[in-house]
Design a protein around this ligand. Sequence first.
Ligand SMILES: [Fe+2]
Length: 333
Amino acid sequence: MLNRLIMLTAMFTLAFFIPAAQADDTLVVYSGRSKVLVDPLLKRFEEETGIRVKIRYGRDAELVAALMEEGKRSPADVYWGNTSGALATLSQQGLFAQLPEDVLNIPKSFVPQSKRWVPVTVRFRVLAYAPSRVSKENLPDSVMDLPKLKQFKGRIGWTPNYGSFHDFITGMRQVHGEEATHTWLRDMKALQPKAYASNTPMLLALASGEIDVALTNHYYVLRIADKEGEDKVATHHFASGDVGNLALVTGAGVLASSKNKEAVHKLLRFLLSNAAQAFAARTIREYPVVPGVEIPLGLLPYEQIVKLGPELDPEKLRDLDGTLNLLRKAGIL
Ligand SMILES: [Fe+2]
């Protein structure tokens, strides 16, 4: 209740202090991305360019709803989102402006077909495993074969209520169709996977021996391996092109209503610069979308990641409702 009140107060305060978009040298960024990434980067951007930035933080769904409601009156110049589903919703609602070719050409991969937003970083789905109990040779080349591994009955972790798991299932529906995805879910369920509320507790459970493998995102494995040791948690990538390696693309788009387009394009160029890309790789272990960026240990080289996941327009991950329905139908939600 108190949290709700604080949130509401914060929302009203923001609504009050941020006037509708006007041409000046202050940019308003709506950010679904976390402060650890956004604050230091935007501070550096302010220092380098003299352009001031105001940031409204929120969850993707909350910010997308706000932008749809505000429409042309929105104070936002740019939306920087966590998920391609949220970005796709805004792009398909016609809320994003066209981007200049030179900005669109900086990322060498993961650009949506609509070209209404640019990718900023990429995360990948992976299979985490406990190297002390599982040998890598026994892990499948395709996530579609995971349900065949009866030895993992009761020892697989997943996060059926979590956004990136939903994105993964949406990706599977796109690549393999409804039928095959339903069968996969049914067969997985027969293996009695353990459901976790989120990825960190799941990987801690993996490290402590409660489960042997877990479906997760690449950066969680790196974080937990840092804390618990590389002998406790390791990464398995499926064969190149497999949906088990699905790319989860984060990105940013310029609001059509923005009066500061020049400045926002500067911001996008900055986010796609080598320095900003290397910062994201270092601090939150997400992959760069441009080649030639210095990456920390544990991340794969750019040439490998562009071929890791299936070829899929990131905006195809928009149909969340279809995925939730299928999960209900399979008795998982
Ligand atoms: Fe996450």
